[in-house]
Design a binder for this molecule. Structure first.
Ligand SMILES: C[S@@+](CC[C@H](N)C(=O)[O-])C[C@H]1O[C@@H](n2cnc3c(N)ncnc32)[C@H](O)[C@@H]1O
Length: 407
């Protein structure tokens, strides 16, 4: 288990439009002026997930301490004052401070961003929160943070602009350094990472490009290291278009990591607008069923926030109110999800007879994963009960419901 050998970040491939120097002396960061819709989704997921995660797994941890690592932290806040991931997580830490200690490590390479980040972290420390700002590459600080996380649950958020830590660092170092048996309590380990679709499209494009580019072999090797091998090249070349390539490679990556570390995974598409191409996928790895359900709830709630953030501003020259349309569309979406879940439940009853929802999350949520949540599952079961297709009335903890056929 060694240090990752290849540096896989913006220095290799800058996909952000930022100009980050090798020494981290970045000065122009248009990205951090104000927040885009894609970040609304990412931050809403963080906000709705980390508090329930820490509350749950921290119950069995010494002193209720849970470690949080933000490996690509940024400045902490946008220039307009909107919280970035560090400010958001420090708010979460304050929210649960009475019963959990969220011990936060924020790593940032750029000197300018780090300056703002340190100010934010200094303020949090004055409030009595456990927060640390570390300057430099996350690869350099990983071992230190993992040592600090020994005996405590760990949640790592890895959100680079381009390629992130290598597959090996993720599987051998982050997950591998923590006990394999432990999926809960003080051994719980979860990772949420940004798998960049722009990187897949651009680097994949190099495979067929005839243009001479001296950096090409290094960039292709960097992608190999991020994906844990060159398997992604065949996926890219075998895909009919970029959308298919991005989906196949993201899924391939999630499955390979999941298999290597014995974790389940969720992938959530992140776009700036519904009609835009995917900017990145958020991939979540958890070794526990509770984590998979909790994340599903967080992703579903975050999608509502994201759709709301995409509403165009109201125009004074028309009677048409985008908020009304939004509410009507939300109702229509919910109705479709419930219909789909009803179908999934009926299929499960046909295939297995009676079943418990908790044992079939993927099948119950097929087609609506990351969109619908537990309350829609309940609504679907209640509908089926009303029409006499199950004797389960949908009352009680959704995951524990036993869905039964009428005798
Ligand atoms: C997408 S931004 C992070 C945004 C932040 N997570 C948020 O949600 O507010 C990525 C950040 O990672 C920093 N960065 C790039 N390579 C890095 C590395 N190897 N280690 C640590 N930080 C890095 C960049 O300077 C940039 O500030």
């Amino acid at each position: 288990m060694g240090e990752p050998e290849v540096v896989l970040d913006d220095a290799v491939l800058n996909l952000s439009g930022e100009s980050a120097g090798e020494d981290g002396t970045d000065t122009s960061s248009p990205f951090f002026v104000s927040k885009k819709a894609a970040a609304v989704l990412k931050h809403a997921i963080l906000r709705s997930y980390v508090v329930p995660f820490a509350s749950k797994v921290g119950k069995y941890a010494p002193d209720g301490r849970v470690v949080y690592l933000d490996g690509y932290a940024g400045p902490g806040r946008y220039e307009d004052g909107t919280p970035g991931s560090p400010a958001l997580i420090l708010e979460s830490a304050a929210q649960i401070a009475e019963f959990r200690q969220l011990d936060c490590y924020f790593v940032e390479r750029s000197r300018n961003n780090f300056r703002s980040l340190s100010t934010l972290v200094g303020e949090a420390q004055k409030q009595g929160l456990a927060a640390h700002a570390l300057q430099g590459r996350v690869e350099k600080h990983l071992k230190h943070v993992l040592t600090a996380a020994e005996g405590a649950p760990l949640f790592a958020f890895l959100d680079p602009f381009g390629l992130g830590v290598s597959f090996e660092a993720l599987t051998d170092l982050v997950f591998g350094s923590r006990t394999r048996q432990g999926s809960t309590g003080r051994h719980a380990t979860e990772v949420l990472l940004n798998f960049n679709a722009n990187a897949v499209r651009r680097i994949g494009g190099l495979l067929t490009s005839t243009k001479h580019s001296p950096g090409k072999p290094a960039t292709l090797s960097a992608m190999d290291a991020a994906c844990g091998g060159d398997w992604w090249r065949k996926e890219f070349l075998d895909s009919a278009n970029n959308t298919e390539a991005v989906n196949r490679i993201t899924e391939g990556f999630a499955q390979r990591v999941g298999k290597a570390v014995r974790a389940g995974s969720w992938t959530v598409e992140v776009r700036n607008r519904a009609h835009h191409q995917v900017a990145y996928h958020l991939v979540h790895f958890s070794r526990h069923k509770d984590g998979m359900w909790l994340f599903g709830e967080a992703a579903s709630l975050a999608q509502v926030e994201w759709r709301r953030a995409c509403i165009p501003p109201a125009r004074s020259d028309t009677l048409f109110d985008p908020i009304d349309t939004f509410e009507a569309e939300e109702q229509e979406r919910k109705a479709q999800w419930i219909k789909r879940i009803m179908q999934n439940v009926e299929d499960l009853l046909d295939r297995h007879g009676d079943f418990i929802v908790d044992h079939h999350q993927a099948q119950v949520m097929a087609g609506v994963l990351g969109e619908a949540r537990a309350l829609h599952v309940r609504a679907a079961i209640k509908e089926l009960y009303k029409s006499g297709k199950t004797t389960c009335n949908g009352v009680g903890e959704v995951r524990q419901l036993r869905v039964t056929r009428p005798r």
